[in-house]
Design a protein around this ligand. Structure first.
Ligand code: NI
Length: 161
């Protein structure tokens, strides 16, 4: 799978619900996890591989690989946290983003089993970043316009030589 990068308009489009969690979807999520790990990422949304469905995966050291299909955030904490984010679709760019510290999220796994989890720390961070992808929002969209412009310029200087 190829990861699409900043400038591709697919990244700005909202993803739609998965109707059936079948073998095809399960295989797709396995391929997503593989693609994510190859890129040394800790989260990947289906939009980033050009498939506009509500699916994302994540895996980082100290946690299990996770698949989220048709995820919904049920609750966010009032407490917020600043954390430096990056994205496989904007390689080489990192910036501080403020988000709720804890969330409760409901989703289905690749076997079609529903689950609800309370997440904090890095897991809460990754989930919110990936949820943004599903509505066509990138982490740089959380920055103030000046800072956003600066990092976008920095990205194009680095990548499009
Ligand atoms: Ni991302």
């Amino acid at each position: 799978m190829e990861i699409i990068t900043l400038g591709d308009e697919t990244l700005t489009k909202p993803a739609t619900l998965v109707a059936d969690i079948d073998k095809g979807i399960a295989d797709f999520t396995a391929a997503m996890l593989e693609t994510m790990m190859k890129g040394n990422g800790i989260g990947l949304a289906a939009s980033q591989v050009g498939y506009l469905k509500r699916i994302f995966v994540c895996h980082f050291q100290g946690d299990i690989p996770r698949v989220f299909i048709n995820p919904e955030i049920l609750r966010t904490s009032n407490d917020q946290e600043t954390f430096e984010e990056g994205c496989l679709s904007i390689p080489g760019i990192y910036a501080d983003v403020v988000r709720p510290e804890e969330i409760t999220v409901q989703a289905w796994n690749e076997k079609g089993k529903p689950f609800t989890i309370d997440a904090d720390g890095l897991l809460a961070r990754v989930i919110q970043h990936e949820m943004d992808h599903l509505r066509g929002v990138l982490f740089i969209d959380h920055l103030n316009p000046k800072k956003r412009e600066r990092v976008v310029k920095q990205y194009y200087r680095k990548v499009r030589v």
